[in-house]
Design a protein around this ligand. Structure first.
Ligand code: HEC
Length: 297
């Protein structure tokens, strides 16, 4: 299970060799040699897989060689997924998106969605990715493979092929998440494309708008709303909205403490958000039943 938001104390330890970004194409070997010569002690290892990138109106696959040719960054960060400092190497997320051809879509209020192997879909705005210097890592700081993360409940998991993270201290999980096993990065336009999970016509300072903000920060990574969002849990609006088949009291109880409603529930509890915020989230969920957008098949 993914962990709750946590504070980060991280810092840059330096840029790996970057004498100009590659001009484009699969010229990774040349640029990778540059990076290696600037930091000779570190083995320059390509990612284990290609990265899929989508943006409004386009998509691309960045091959391991292409990614290896991007400007490279090393960072030591306080990793909330391992509760300890750790070093990683990879490429700045902004450079990755540019290299894919998504440069024109990189406006500050666009949303970057990280799609993970287990259906989790964390997100941050482009402004947050810039502010917290988001890194797409595929190597440990020593040049070896990404070090395993402790698995919740015991054991270890491989965070590859890609592990995204903020590298500037102070990001909460809602501002810049730490998604691992990232396979695809999607850029969603702020207005160019409809935001099917937004509550149309809700007053900006009312409970529905507040609930929507809380939903984006806490729920959207696992749940889709009108077909957009994570796929760890079910879509909460289509075909039936959850408030159309859940009674209000048990629904509220489920959000606070899922295991008190359903044995074996996988969803984490949200009692820590407080009663007022959970009421707002339910107000948002209920509001959306009149604003269904059937997802495209
Ligand atoms: C880490 C992933 C995760 C997060 C975050 C998460 N959920 Fe869930 N949720 C699930 C899963 C998985 C289920 C399916 C039942 C289960 O295994 O608990 C579920 C079930 C539900 C259900 C019941 C759906 C049904 O059809 O019965 C509701 C309602 C719900 N979640 C609402 C929320 C809300 C609101 C939030 C944010 C406050 C949230 N969830 C955050 C994973 C998550």
């Amino acid at each position: 299970m993914r962990r709750a938001p946590m504070l980060l104390v991280g810092f840059w330890v330096g840029m790996a060799g970057c004498r100009g970004a590659p001009a484009g194409g699969d010229d990774g070997a040349l640029a990778a040699a540059d990076a290696a010569s600037a930091d000779a002690a570190v083995v320059d290892r390509p990612p284990a897989a290609a990265l899929q990138v989508r943006w409004p109106g386009g998509r691309a696959e960045l091959t391991p060689a292409r990614l290896q040719g991007l400007p490279r960054v090393a960072a030591t960060v306080e990793d909330p997924n391992r509760h300890a400092p750790a070093s990683y190497r990879g490429a700045p997320l902004v450079e990755v998106l540019r290299a894919a051809g998504a440069g024109d879509a990189l406006v500050d209020d666009a949303t970057v969605v990280f799609h993970c192997a287990d259906g989790y879909a964390a997100q941050a705005t482009v402004a947050q990715v810039k502010r917290f210097a988001g890194l797409l890592a595929w190597q440990g700081g020593d040049g070896g493979p990404l070090p395993a993360l402790p698995r919740h409940g015991g054991g270890a998991l491989d965070p590859g092929p890609f592990y995204a993270m903020p590298t500037v201290a102070g990001a909460t999980n809602a501002q810049h998440p730490w998604p691992y096993q990232v396979q695809r990065v999607e850029l969603v336009a702020p207005a160019g494309r409809a935001q099917p999970m937004a509550p149309p016509g809700a007053p900006a300072d009312g409970p529905v708008a507040r609930g929507y903000a809380a939903f984006r920060g806490n729920c959207l990574a696992c749940h889709a709303m009108n077909g957009q969002g994570g796929a760890v849990g079910p879509d909460l609006n289509v075909p039936l909205n959850v408030t159309e088949y859940w009674r209000p009291a048990p629904l509220r109880q489920l959000l606070a403490d899922p295991l008190s409603v359903r044995a074996g529930a996988k969803m984490p509890g949200f009692a820590h958000l407080g009663d007022a915020t959970l009421d707002d989230v339910v107000a948002y969920l209920a509001y959306m039943k009149n604003h269904k957008v059937p997802p495209p098949r």
